[in-house]
Design a protein around this ligand. Structure first.
Ligand code: ADP
Ligand code: MG
Length: 600
């Protein structure tokens, strides 16, 4: 489906809206057909009802009242006919409502799933440029709005049939009566289309503004700690107020515009009835039409007074659906998809060697964060990545886990380019743990296994190695304790250790730790790292480290400055040959000693 451009004419709104509905209908034909069938049966029931009324008028009411005929024998068939039509109509309404509801909510789910699936396949660089509030608004509000047109559509299509049926019937009654009805109904539909086109641009603005409001609210909730700590609540409320006042104003304006049109439509309907009555009376007088016919025509028009607004509703919903669908479509069309090859992982085949061949990378075009990085890490080695803040350590580890792709050069594990692996294969070989790993609203065990199929012993073993077992057993329900969204009830160090256990249980061939134990006590950190080294782990370990005690545990150190690998060697040798490295490590040492003193 191509991105629709902003429709400017009535034709475009209706055309694109019908195409949108058509697309949805093709995806779920059964409920769509049933809903339209229900609406058609409903229209049929109404027309039948008008015929029954006309027939009852001509054969029962008029003869009994004016001709003084006995009513015996005439009442029962009349009652049965009226009842039958009523049941027919009720069944049609039930069918239409159920099918239309099912269609709407299933389609909404389809669109949302497709959107989320597509988003999860996109690169982190795309995510980095998005506002989370906007993405939330698109996934929630816009998918709902885009499919909202499906709710009134079947009814409106039934009503359209009804309008056509009514006008045709009026012509059968009498040409002049038919003409009045035709002109009247055409006028109503014209006003309705105008209404939808007029409110269309306003809708676009409303939806954009909704994204902004969600964005601001999301940011204030996300930064609740900072907001409270710095006493910025009022400022945040004011920020939200400005945006939501703008939103409220837009909605109110659109609404009043809309209501104006509705008033016009609701006054037009009785006016049409009146005109039909006058013309009809004249024609009955002239003997050109029967009173019953005119009564059934008026009955139909009366019944149409409310449903005719449905056409306006559906146009209104179309006008709202189109910009929402466009926002959804914009995301669906982002093609910054991560490309995958066909290589399979080889889990369980021991630690893997890692190599970087002249890797350069920048987050934005024309920026350089990593510059011609060459790395050669033999299988099973524990390597520390050390360098000043901002030198590119985190960036390098993310590239090694293929969270980003290098701008030029390549990264290999086991001699194979990371990009040559099939989707979902690489995470079976490489585990990446960052400083702020995300915890899900699940149990401790669930956060470690992430839905994987592991035995209890494996979970405990991973937790022991990550230094987490002890505090976990002290939680109210041990491994079955729910830890809430983002693990709010745990300390930073505890969260980090659960994240580490999550990586270890996968027995990765390459384990990458980006400052993953920064919030853990230095002594506990050293203990964890020592366990990792002595355990018979199938992993090559690459860790970004600051504490001298941790750096010394590594077999080798990669020293980075300004996005370049300056040297790769043992800690002792680097202390001797690299003055920058020696200065940095000494600064870390002093810092550690200072902390130890103030802690006492
Ligand atoms: P380190 O981990 O060594 O402190 P980083 O790899 O985090 O360094 O950052 C290296 C450089 O890249 C810094 O100049 C930083 O500002 C920049 N940088 C990091 N992350 C991003 C990002 N997502 N977008 C743009 N620039 C970034
Ligand atoms: Mg970092």
């Amino acid at each position: 489906m191509a991105t629709p451009t902003a429709p400017v004419s009535a034709r475009a709104v209706v055309g694109q809206g019908l195409r949108l509905v058509g697309g949805f209908a093709r995806a779920r034909p059964a409920p769509f057909v049933l809903a339209v069938l229900g609406a058609t049966l409903f229209a049929g029931a109404i027309i039948a009802a008008s015929q029954v009324i006309g027939w009852v008028t001509d054969t029962v009411i008029v003869p009994v009242l004016t001709g003084g005929e006995p009513r015996e024998g005439k009442l029962l068939p009349a009652v049965l006919a009226i009842l039958g039509v009523a049941v027919w109509k009720a069944a049609a309404i039930v069918l239409r409502r159920n099918a239309a509801g099912y269609l709407q909510f299933k389609t909404q789910q389809d669109v949302r799933e497709r959107l989320i699936e597509h988003q999860l396949g996109l690169s982190l660089s795309w995510f980095g440029r998005q506002s989370m509030g906007d993405l939330l608004a698109i996934a929630d509000n816009d998918t709902r709005q885009a499919t909202g047109v499906l709710a009134p559509f079947p009814y409106a299509s039934g009503v359209s049939l009804l309008i056509v049926g009514t006008v045709v019937l009026m012509f059968f009654i009498d040409f002049w009566v038919g003409l009045v009805a035709l002109v009247g109904m055409a006028l109503v539909v014209f006003v309705e289309v105008r209404a939808a086109v007029t409110v269309y641009p306003a809708w676009e603005g409303i939806q954009k503004q909704m994204g902004k409001v969600t964005g601001v609210a999301h940011e204030s909730f996300d930064g609740a700690l900072t907001v409270k700590a710095l006493g910025r609540e009022e400022h945040e409320v004011a920020r939200l107020r400005t945006e939501s006042e703008d939103l409220a104003r837009r909605i109110a304006e659109t609404n009043s515009l809309w209501e104006t049109y509705r008033v016009i439509i609701t006054t037009l309907m009785p006016a049409i009835s009146l005109a039909v009555l006058v013309v009809g009376a004249v024609r009955v007088d002239a003997g050109a039409a029967s009173a019953g016919d005119v009564v059934s025509g008026l009955y139909l028009l009366g019944l149409l007074a409310f449903p005719v607004q449905l056409i306006a509703f559906v146009l209104f919903d179309m006008a709202a659906s189109l910009p929402a669908q466009r926002r959804v479509q914009t995301v669906l069309e982002v093609d910054e998809v991560v490309e995958y090859g066909t290589e399979k992982a080889a889990p369980g085949s021991g630690p893997a060697p890692v190599a970087g061949d002249r890797v350069s990378f920048g987050y934005e075009p024309d920026t350089v964060v990593l510059d011609d990085v060459v790395l050669d890490i033999p299988a099973g080695r524990t390597v520390a990545v050390v360098g000043p803040t901002g030198s590119g350590k985190s960036t390098l580890t993310m590239l090694l886990a293929r969270l980003w792709d290098p701008g030029s050069g390549r990264i290999r594990i086991d001699g194979r380019d990371l990009r040559s692996f099939a989707r979902y294969e690489l995470p079976r070989e490489i585990a990446f743990v960052s400083q702020n790993s995300f915890l899900f609203d699940d149990t401790v065990a669930g956060n470690i296994t992430l839905g994987g199929d592991y035995r209890e012993e494996a979970i405990v073993e991973a937790a022991i190695m990550a230094g987490a077992h002890e505090f976990i057993t002290e939680l109210p329900n041990g491994y079955d304790t729910r830890i809430g969204e983002r693990g709010a009830a745990l300390s930073g160090g505890q969260r980090q250790r659960i994240a580490l256990a999550r990586a270890l249980i996968r027995r990765p061939r390459v384990l990458i730790l980006d400052d993953a134990t920064s919030a853990v006590d230095p002594s506990v950190e050293a203990q964890i790292l020592r366990r990792l080294k002595s355990a018979d782990l199938p992993s090559t370990v690459i860790l970004v480290a600051y504490r001298p005690s941790s750096i010394r545990l590594a077999d080798e150190v990669v020293y980075i400055e300004d996005g370049r690998v300056v040297a790769q060697s043992s800690h002792e040798e680097l202390m001797q040959t690299q003055p920058g490295y020696a200065r940095l490590v000494r600064a870390y040492e002093e810092d550690a000693a200072e902390r130890a003193r103030s802690a006492r």
